[in-house]
Design a binder for this molecule. Structure first.
Ligand code: F6R
Length: 249
């Protein structure tokens, strides 16, 4: 696993966007795995700039999002589909038919999950997967547990995840308690992974991840140690404790 420390959030976002852009330029029909949340917003902004100013072309790119809240319709302003349209898709030329995001309102959610995995199998493998990391070490919404699921599935969100995301809702109590997430199987089958982490609130989990080099289901991001091509880019704040512990040790 490669790690890089960016100067700050802006620098991290630019490094991430450059990695995505280089991958698209090398392979215009890239299959790109995407994340939501606060972390990749700067990367999306930079990719939009590259599209407008440098002609970065997404017309042949296919995207798969990691997750979506259950019980929220795609046009709800709190859905991840809405987030993706507002923050990225509406500003670049990804074709709507090439966008895949789990449907939190699917009638038969189990069947939907099977179909999502079938689609990834059919159109994949995902060439480049962008990941954020939860303060508890989750990737996608694969929360710390005794066992981690391989396939796309419905997950009950951890208390910490609900607390961290509740502030985005007008009433934090409206925050869904369940989500659909890609499982560890699809994530581990991607050709390349880029995990981003920024801010002091991620420093403790990044230190746990980088310090002992253990693989444990209690820290789902630790599975990236088993991936042949995983890179972490974090800003100095997120790297803080990991760097301090390294220096101290
Ligand atoms: C979102 C996702 C999550 C987030 C993680 C960090 O699609 O898969 O794993 O990446 O919860 O969220 P932020 O970036 O808001 O700190």
């Amino acid at each position: 696993m490669k790690t890089s420390v960016a100067y700050d959030y802006r620098d991290m976002s630019k490094m991430a966007a450059k990695m995505v852009a280089d991958a698209i330029r090398a392979r215009p029909n890239l299959v790109l795995g995407l994340a939501t949340g606060g972390t990749p917003l700067g990367m999306y902004k930079e990719l939009i700039r590259m599209h407008i100013e440098e002609g970065l072309d997404f017309s042949q790119v296919t995207t798969f999002n990691l997750d979506e809240f259950c019980g929220i319709s795609p046009d709800n302003k709190h859905s991840y589909r809405y987030y993706m349209c507002q923050n990225f898709f509406n500003h670049v030329n990804v074709k709507p038919e090439n966008i895949y995001i789990p449907d939190g309102k699917a009638e038969d959610i189990e069947e939907f999950c099977r179909e999502y995995d079938r689609k990834i199998e059919e159109l994949g493998p995902i060439d480049l997967q962008i990941l954020g990391i939860g303060r508890n070490g989750h990737i996608g919404f694969n929360e710390p547990a005794d066992r981690l699921k391989v396939d796309t599935h419905v997950v009950t969100l951890a208390e910490e995840t609900i607390r961290d995301n509740g502030s985005f809702f007008d009433d934090p109590l409206d925050m869904p308690k369940k989500a659909i997430t890609m499982g560890l199987g699809a994530i581990m089958k991607t050709k390349k992974i880029l995990l981003l982490a920024n801010g002091r609130k991620k420093a403790t989990i990044m230190a746990s991840l980088l310090k002992d080099r253990h693989v444990t289901t209690k820290l789902p991001a630790s599975f990236l140690y088993l991936h042949p091509d995983a890179t972490i880019i974090m800003d100095r704040e997120a790297a803080g404790e990991a760097l301090e512990r390294k220096t101290a040790g």
